[in-house]
Ligand binder design. Sequence first.
Ligand SMILES: [Zn+2]
Length: 150
Amino acid sequence: MCEEAMQVSQPSADTCWIFGVRNGYLSCWPQIARSMAISCKVTGCKNDSPPALAEQQVCVLHFTLSIEGSCAEMRRETALGNAPHERQRDIMRFITESGERLARVATSGLHLTDDLKARILSTFLTLMNLRENLDRANMRSSFGRTGQTR
Ligand SMILES: [Zn+2]
């Protein structure tokens, strides 16, 4: 009796799924509903974490703040020009991944205030500058001795 009910309920869930979409219940899509409900994990922050940041579980503001913070740290690290290659690769990867994610957040159709838009742009700038710094530091270390700067 019980097993039968299980067997019946399994395929019917799938059917409901299809019907649900067909009946215009797309807004009830469980995945979106779940990620919409995630709130920013930063203590005291009442903003929601958008689906594009489900992995990070932070709001857009705190996402940009965390990138800015990491960038400032990495910039200090690379400024001296003696960061190991391994570390430089990590930083490079961080820049690319953060940039991609930020672009996804910015273009995902979220309602963003002008302040937030400006903040996203300045975070892009921070990422670009860090990348430039890294390249410059690399150039110094590879051409520094022969004096071939550019
Ligand atoms: Zn937040």
